[in-house]
Design a protein around this ligand. Structure first.
Ligand code: HEC
Length: 157
C-alpha cells in the first residue's frame, strides 16, 4: 500500500516535471545541439567536481572513485563532437548559448586547446588512483585546459 502510493506520487511528479520541461523547451525554442553540448559540459563538470572536492580536502580521497571520475573524463572526450557545434549556433546568431563565433572562425585554435585538454585528461587517468598528491597535481592541468578554452571561446557571464 505504502509502496504503491509512493510509486504513484513519483509517477505523477515525473509527469508534471516532463510537461514543464516540454513547455519551457517550446517557449525558448531551445536548439538541441546547444542543449546537448551544455549537458555534455555539465557531465564533465560533475566528474571533475568529484576530483576537485577531494583535491580541496572537502571529501576524503578515494582511489576508486577518483579513477572512475578520471576515466569518465577520458571516455567523454572520446565522443566525436561534430554534431554539438553546427554552424549558426554562436552567440551572434542565437539566444541561449555562450559559444563565441571564434569557435568557428578559429578552428585551429580550438583544435589546439582540445589537444591540450586530451593530453591533460589522459595524464590524469594515468595517476588518479595513485594517491591524493599525484591526482591533485594532474588535476591542475585538466582545470587549466578547461579554463583555457573557456577564456577564448566561451562568453563570460
Ligand atoms: C574546447 C573547448 C572547451 C573545453 C576543453 C571545455 N569547455 Fe566547457 N564550454 C565550452 C563552451 C564553448 C561552452 C559554452 C557552450 C554553450 O553555451 O553553447 C562551455 C560551457 C561549459 C559549461 C556551462 C554549461 C551550461 O549548462 O551552459 C560548463 C559547466 C563547462 N563548460 C565545464 C567544463 C569543464 C568542467 C571542462 C573541463 C573538464 C570544460 N568545460 C572543457 C568550451 C569548452
Amino acid at each position: 500500500m505504502t509502496i504503491s502510493r509512493t510509486f504513484l506520487s513519483a509517477a505523477v511528479i515525473g509527469a508534471v516535471a516532463l510537461s514543464t520541461m516540454t513547455f519551457s523547451a517550446t517557449a525558448q525554442e531551445a536548439n538541441p545541439a546547444v542543449e546537448a553540448r551544455q549537458g555534455y559540459m555539465q557531465v564533465m563538470s560533475l566528474n571533475i567536481g568529484v576530483l576537485g572536492q577531494m583535491a580541496r580536502g572537502n571529501t576524503d580521497y578515494d582511489a576508486e572513485a577518483a579513477q572512475i571520475a578520471a576515466d569518465n573524463l577520458v571516455t567523454l572526450n572520446q565522443i566525436n563532437q561534430s554534431f554539438f557545434w553546427p554552424q549558426g549556433t554562436d552567440t551572434d546568431t542565437i539566444e541561449g548559448t555562450r559559444a563565441l563565433p571564434a569557435i568557428w572562425a578559429d578552428f585551429a585554435g580550438v583544435t589546439d586547446v582540445s589537444t591540450q585538454y586530451a593530453t591533460a585528461v589522459e595524464g590524469l587517468s594515468g595517476v588518479a588512483g595513485d594517491g591524493l598528491d599525484a591526482m591533485r597535481a594532474a588535476l591542475g592541468s585538466v582545470g587549466s585546459a578547461c579554463g583555457a578554452c573557456h577564456d577564448d571561446y566561451r562568453q563570460p557571464r
